[in-house]
Design a protein around this ligand. Sequence first.
Ligand code: AHG
Ligand code: MN
Ligand code: MN
Ligand code: MN
Length: 338
Amino acid sequence: MTPLSLQEYLSREIGYDAERMDGTPDPALARLITGISEACKEISAKVREGALAGVLGLAGSENVQGEDQKKLDIISNDIFVEAVSRTGSVCGMVSEEVPEPIAVRDDLPLGPYLACFDPLDGSSNIDINVSIGSIFAILPAREIKRTPETADFLQPGTALVAAGYCMYGPQTILVLTIGRGVVMFTLDDETGIFRQTAADVTVPREAAEFAINMSNQRFWEKPVQRYISELLAGKDGPRGKNFNMRWIAAMVAEVHRILMRGGIFMYPRDSRNPERAGKLRLLYEANPMSMIMEQAGAAATNGHVAIRTIKPTSIHERVAVFLGAAEEVERATAYHED
Ligand code: AHG
Ligand code: MN
Ligand code: MN
Ligand code: MN
């Protein structure tokens, strides 16, 4: 039997009918997720072509976080903004690559949602042909209006109605939650259809792998030093077992590995930048990935509280991230309280 398409899944779950977009429970949300999946498909095609499509290398500009933008960061951002705007389901967007909230073009209709996205995650992997992705989070809009304001987006992650990511790896895989568990779709390149290849995805309880950028060790705080040194001590240490380590430098790929085979991912705060809470961004990296984790029976904290309970104060706010197998995240979090 052919696996369910994304359209069929959305139709079943939120009543989307491509032919008849009325009288259904939440056609705006279904259209929005469909639009995002179209953007991901387009980005996936560009990623596959790489140098042939002239999309590799630097754009020659910086984003609001002071990062050098890659051509593909900008291209992916433009694709996302256009595809999301066209759904008629949002009245504003926030993107890693754009300093201020983005309004929907005047000629397009507005809808009841706000979309936050990291159009291209793992930028340092683009030019070396290693896995990258896109991350998205969908919030309700309190008011439908043409000019989105920063305050509209400063909602805690508990307000998310849907979240997900698309990973451009050996396969292009879309992982989605609309608050009813986590589902996965694999892109069939021949037909351009995302087909469901996993349902009710859960993170294995037992962790045997961790992910952290070890080169930052000297800048970590004590609780992180303790937690990692215990993992590194292996069988003879306090944990009594060996742990393996991976670091792909793309949050999408780390989260995907954790969904598939367990473990913990960390990007703690860093003493080089004491005023900064961490590296990853709350609205379009940490929150959506936390929702995925929680929906998959795992957890996500900033070392102190569940990430999704944090009330953001700015749209590009950064946060420390500890996510994955619940017991590991709880242990790392507890060490911060000692
Ligand atoms: P982005 O490419 O969207 O700016 O995000 C990169 C992030 C994240 O994906 C990854 O976990 C982390 O940066 C890697 O950081 P290091 O280069 O410090 O390892
Ligand atoms: Mn970036
Ligand atoms: Mn990112
Ligand atoms: Mn990015």
